[in-house]
Ligand binder design. Structure first.
Ligand code: NAD
Ligand code: MG
Length: 331
């Protein structure tokens, strides 16, 4: 029996052999409900690296494994408690960043997970599949480009086959390439951003919806850029406004059918998106400094939001956007 997780009866039985001697007495829960030892307080301002960061650039889409410091996706820290046991999840952009943090957390909560990513990200994807397997769940890798409608359809069909159904869809993949202004964005660039961030989710969700039974959950990663666009992210920001609109519109269509749709709006988060052309070195070196937290977020800090939105306990939450912005911005 582990000391940190036990029922009241077990705790009472064990009082004489150690618990009674603890300086801080544990809070007792009702009969049969597990409780934990008091969690140590963590100061969020000093919990993770703060700027200045080293300048660094990678070719798009970038690898988490080559970032310095390496992002924290919860590899060492996320602890599950069976909240998603037996659930079947598809996550786009599941190799790195928020998608990877969600994949690790979902698996540790008991879900089987398909991750989609670009072929160039195979190295990052392998690490995620290994972590899902280590959590005792099934992990499937389906690489491919979401800018193609035929691939989006195949991704959903293959996911349903491999998982034996589908009840969590996380539309999270995105392209962000910084350019000084609208004047520097070519038609080709604009097209690539719109295809990845608007058409991709449209095709993915359209193909997924017929498979989703009541109780299923759609989660779309949007951004603070949806409401407060930066001039150097002209094309990207408008796709994030579209993602937010997708959540609000789809929720009106799907909530009466028992399928919840919510969004997650991150602020500045330390991911390959930023070093793979998403930010200039000037922005990267002071990344996150302008937030009240004074540092960027790590993907691990958003994992529990994705879990909560997928969990049955969030049954009245739909059509909402959940922010994690270090004290700045508005979801
Ligand atoms: P990330 O680079 O780790 O994830 C983005 C993923 O998108 C990539 O891993 C890649 O697999 C996928 N992708 C890109 N183009 C694709 C394509 N054509 N086909 C298939 N997959 C493709 O970065 P991240 O920051 O974790 O991004 C995840 C989400 O978070 C995105 O929607 C992004 O807009 C959003 N977001 C990020 C930040 C931030 O500061 N990092 C802030 C707000 C919102
Ligand atoms: Mg990636």
């Amino acid at each position: 029996m582990k000391k940190e997780l036990m029922t009241r009866r077990q705790a009472v039985a064990g009082l004489g052999v150690g618990i009674a001697g603890l300086a801080v007495s544990p809070a007792f829960a009702t009969d049969g409900v597990a409780f934990s030892a008091p969690a140590a307080l963590q100061d969020p301002t000093t919990k993770y690296p703060r700027p200045p960061f080293k300048p660094q650039q990678q070719p798009f889409p970038g690898l988490a494994s080559k970032m310095d410091p390496r992002p924290d996706h919860g590899e060492e820290s996320y602890k599950g408690s069976g909240r998603l046991t037996g659930r079947k999840a598809l996550i786009t952009g599941g190799d790195s960043g928020m998608g990877r943090a969600a994949a690790i957390a979902f698996a540790r909560e008991g879900a089987d997970v398909v991750i989609n990513y670009l072929p160039a990200e195979e190295e990052d994807a392998r690490e995620v599949i290994a972590l899902i397997t280590k959590a005792g769940r099934k992990g499937y890798a389906i690489p491919g480009d979401l800018r193609e409608e035929s691939f989006c359809k195949r991704l959903v069909e293959d996911s349903v086959k491999r998982l034996g159904g589908l009840d969590i869809v996380v539309s999270n993949a995105a392209r962000q390439q910084t350019k000084p202004s609208i004047l520097d964005i070519s038609t080709e660039d604009f097209d690539a951003t719109i295809k990845t961030n608007i058409y991709g989710p449209f095709w993915l969700l359209k193909a997924s919806i017929p498979h989703l039974k009541p109780g299923s959950s759609i989660i779309v990663t949007t951004s603070e850029q949806a409401n407060d666009p930066s001039p150097e992210l002209f094309d990207y920001a408008q796709t994030k406004a579209a993602n937010t609109s997708t959540v609000r519109s789809l929720a009106k269509f799907l909530t009466p059918k028992g399928v919840r749709v919510n969004g997650v709006a991150p602020g500045p988060i330390w991911t390959p998106l930023q070093v793979g052309g998403g930010a200039t070195n000037e922005k990267l070196t002071s990344f996150g400094k302008a937030t009240p937290m004074g540092r960027p977020g790590q993907p691990a800090e958003l994992a529990s939001i994705y879990v909560q939105l997928a969990d049955n306990s969030a049954s009245y939450s739909t059509g909402q956007i959940y922010g994690a912005m270090g004290g700045g911005g508005q979801p």
